[in-house]
Structures are given as C-alpha cells and as structure tokens.
Design a protein around this ligand. Structure first.
Ligand SMILES: [Zn+2]
Length: 291
C-alpha cells in the first residue's frame, strides 16, 4: 500500500486535460474550522477569483471516462491523440511482452501499464503480455466480421477503438488462473486501471467475463469503482445521481463532480486548484479536482 502512495503522487493525468495553475493559492476548502482565521487572511491576501472551465458539447466525447458500449460509440474526437505502435517504442515495453508487432496503445496508458508491471515484478509477478490494444475501425470491422456478433463488437463500439483499453495476458497460462490475472484483479485500481467486464456484472456490461480486458480510467475513479464494486456504467450513473462526491485515496483528497452539457457551458472551479475533465460520452462532463 505504502509503495503505491508514492507512485500515485508521481502519476500525472493523461488523456483528458490537466491544468496546472500557479501554485500560489490554496483556498482552505478542506481545512478545519480552527484554520478559518488564517484562511480569511490568505484569501484577502491573494484575492482569488474562481477559474472557469469553458465546456463545449464536443467535450462530452473526450477523456478517460468515456463510456463505450453497444449504445454509445466512440466519436472521432474520443480517440486518444497519443496512440503509438509499442513495438516501435521499446522504451515503453520493459519487463513484459507483446503478442505481435502490431500492438498499438495510448503512450500515456502504456506508461501507466509499465508502472503497474514494475510494481507487480517487485511482488514476484512478472509474466505479463499485451495481446491487444488500440484498434482502428478497419481492424475492428475485420474482427467483427470474422468473430461474429457474439464475440466481437462492431467498428466504433469497442473500447479498443479509444486507445485506453488493453487485453493483458500471462505468458504462463490463461488469465483466469494466472498469478498475473489475480494480481491485476487485486491491484490494478491503484494504477488507474479497472477490470472492465467482471464475472458478476455481465448483465450490466452486456459483455461476457473477460479476465484479460482492462481499461484505463485514472485515479481516483478506479479506486472508487474498486471500493464500491462498480462497473463504469454504475459509476457514471452514481456520479450523475450524486452530482458531487469527495473521496480520499491514499491520504489525498479529490472531489468529483458531474455536469450535464447541452451547449456551451461554464463550470467554476476553485482558483489555483488542479483539475481534470472528461466527458461521459453520453450527456455531460466530469470535473475532478485533484489533490
Ligand atoms: Zn479487450
């Protein structure tokens, strides 16, 4: 647990935008009552304005939290911009294998995966392999044609079309039984990944159990989903219902808020606070205030 803490601090957002404001102001939102006087002083001193995020409709379809399934296809703007062929980026592939030379993935996600694989190796789990990553519409179309509707999704309706999902294998045995699979089920959340199609959620996801398919969503979302045993569908519904939730992961405080978006919208966030934004691919955006 402790080791993750340090990793989490280092992990920086990818995919959706993270904006680092000058670190001059820390408004005491999270401070205790006893600190109020101090807070008032510091607020007057810096006279902070709230920053405003301008959100357009197309941002519903971009970011790490996009829901992609039979109902909500990937829009062109949702494909991660940093997809690369991993075979040609050897610096991103250390301590694990690739099924073949065609594997592509978001480079940011590959870095997170690398961090996760390194952590697993320290616990003696070291036979990971990526067997599939980003697929473009052409590849997805071919797969759908050859596998059929029971085993593949049509072009544009697979998470693999985003660049944020990957199929992870063990070079030793099938993932269901492999130490690699077990380790990931227990620990992937700490690195921002979720098991996207769990065994007990097939009615919600509409997809059979896939012990190999992981999706990057980032922290704190993966931690909340793990703790509450939520699929991405359930988590996004939960956010919509709650509007705002606060959470602490490894001692770091986050605030996650859902905003419906029907046209151009302005969303206020505390001045000086770092945040990330992602659409849900349905009807709104999620703004995450970072520690
Ligand atoms: Zn997959």
């Amino acid at each position: 647990m402790k080791k993750w803490f340090f990793l989490l601090v280092i992990l920086l957002p990818l995919g959706c935008e993270a904006i680092q404001q000058e670190p001059q102001v820390v408004i005491g939102e999270y401070s205790k009552a006893g600190d109020q006087a101090q807070e008032a002083v510091s607020q007057t001193k810096h006279q902070t304005k709230a920053q405003t995020i301008k959100v357009t409709k197309s941002q519903i379809y971009q970011g790490n939290l996009l829901l992609v399934n039979k109902q909500y296809p990937v829009r062109q703007e949702g494909v991660t911009a940093d997809v690369a062929n991993l075979f040609q980026h050897k610096e991103l592939v250390k301590g694990y294998g690739l099924l073949d030379k065609t594997i592509r993935l978001s480079q940011g996600v590959a870095q997170k995966f690398q961090t996760m694989v390194d952590a697993a190796a320290k616990e003696g789990v070291r036979h990971f392999m990526i067997s599939s990553g980003y697929r473009d519409n052409q590849e997805q179309g071919r797969l759908y044609k050859s596998m059929g509707a029971d085993y593949a999704l049509p072009a544009g309706y697979s998470e693999h079309n985003l660049g944020l999902s990957l199929d992870i294998g063990s070079t030793q045995t099938e993932m269901n039984r492999a130490p690699e699979g077990k380790w990931l089920q227990k620990n992937a959340w700490a690195y921002g990944f979720i098991l996207r199609y769990p065994k007990d959620k097939t009615e919600i996801t509409g997809i059979q159990y896939e012990p190999w398919h992981f999706r990057y969503v980032g922290l704190p979302h993966s931690a909340i989903m793990q703790e509450k045993n939520f699929t991405l569908e359930q988590y996004l519904d939960f956010l919509k219902e709650q509007k705002t939730i606060s959470t602490t992961v490894e001692g770091k405080a986050y605030e996650v808020s859902y905003y419906p978006v029907s046209g151009n919208t302005s969303i206020p966030v505390p001045a000086g606070r770092r945040y990330e934004r992602s659409g849900n691919n349905m009807d709104g955006v999620i703004v995450t205030l970072l520690p």
